[in-house]
Design a protein around this ligand. Structure first.
Ligand code: PMP
Length: 360
């Protein structure tokens, strides 16, 4: 068996111990005689799996009791609609920070439901930086402020959490959740698609302060109302049971290696090495302002774009896969989420240096 280092932006690598455990438990989960995927979501085995996953996530992120954790479906993209549907309330307007491709999508969707103010935009500098706190023009009467702490496509990460006073802060943490410790109390709502740092695609996690639940627009479909999911322990309908179980194994793995402070050290080191290798070379280039460079997604271009295909082909041949940049920006992108071993980053750097020697 040969496993590759997969630099995909998502679905991304899962920790090998998690995959091994899932394999060992595949046919018979701990004497139940069943695969988790075959279990009733209301049976006592699955209820225990679900509760333990939530408890572990709460422990990792230090989620206070007055926040609900929801295990939903529909991806982060459905949250682009659920957030305004549930949170615009009587105010009817919200502030959005426009910092890249994913915040743009969130903005477009929110406009279907209410008034959207752009409180800051980095589009003029082609989304290569994060706006500073004093560049945010925030409306104190907004229902909420939405931002994307890590823009997966552009590789831009906020180096700080915006201060929004009494206005709830909503964060699309799809590509940064669990990469480092955060102070959950700074946020009204956090959401994330699972397929990067949590587990397989098909699961979406929402962490929401209780007082923000129960304010959905009257026309909100039942399945899109946070209140329904909160009241039913995310089991109003059949939840994505197997993805929930695998996420639970990922949380256990994270706890086992020392939690978020440990993974943050590893992530910082992985990112620093890769950016240092790019900056040292005149062959590779990353356009993002150093203070706003993502720990998770590292886009870079080659000085000779005509070599892009050769780069990808040769990388693949040595087990370094899915390095092509997003189709909207081109070039390369190395996504180095929690489950990417440091050895994978070392192998990529060695390959890049060798490639530059041969073609640079
Ligand atoms: N937001 C961000 C920051 C993302 O990276 C992604 C997926 N790459 C999405 C939203 C969309 O997520 P999903 O495919 O789960 O809807």
């Amino acid at each position: 068996m040969t496993r590759v280092y997969n630099f995909s932006a998502g679905p991304a690598m899962l920790p090998e111990p998690v995959l091994n455990q899932a394999r060992d438990e595949m046919l018979d989960w701990r004497g139940s005689g069943m695969c988790v995927a075959e279990m009733s979501h209301r049976g006592k085995e699955f209820m225990a799996i679900a509760a333990e996953a939530e408890a572990d996530l709460r422990e990792l992120l230090i989620i206070p009791e007055h926040y609900k954790v929801l295990f939903l479906q529909g991806g982060a993209s459905l949250q682009f609609a659920m957030v305004p549907l549930n949170m615009l309330g009587d105010k009817g307007r919200a502030d959005y920070l426009n910092t890249g491709s994913w915040s743009k999508k969130a903005i477009a969707e929110a406009k279907r439901f209410g008034e959207v103010r752009i409180a800051a935009s980095t589009e003029a500098s082609r989304f290569t930086c994060a706006p500073a706190q004093d560049e945010l023009s925030l409306d104190p009467d907004a229902a909420y402020v939405h931002y994307t702490p890590n823009e997966t496509i552009e590789g831009v990460e906020f180096p700080y959490v915006p201060e929004t006073g009494a206005v709830p802060l909503v964060a699309d943490m799809s590509s940064t959740i669990l990469s480092r410790p955060i102070d959950v109390t700074r946020f009204g709502l956090i959401y994330a698609g699972a397929q990067k740092n949590i587990g397989p695609a098909g699961l979406t996690i929402v962490i929401v302060r209780e007082d923000l639940i129960g304010k959905a627009q009257p026309f909100t479909p039942t399945m899109l109302d946070y209140k329904i999911h909160a009241e039913n322990g995310s089991m109003y309908n059949t939840p994505p049971t197997y993805a929930w179980y695998l996420a639970g194994l990922v949380f256990k793995w994270l706890k086992g290696i020392g939690g978020l402070s440990t993974i943050a050290e590893i992530n910082a080191r992985k990112a620093q090495k890769l950016y240092a290798a790019i900056d040292r070379s005149s062959f590779y280039h990353n356009p993002v302002e150093p203070s706003a460079r993502s720990w998770m997604n590292v886009p870079f271009t080659l000085a000779k774009p005509e070599l892009d295909e050769t780069f990808l082909k040769e990388a693949k041949a040595v087990g370094l896969t899915t390095l092509q940049g997003h189709r909207s920006v081109g070039g390369m992108r190395a996504s180095i989420y929690n489950a990417m071993p440091e050895a994978g980053v070392d192998a990529l750097i060695a390959f890049m240096q060798d490639f530059e020697r041969r073609y640079g």
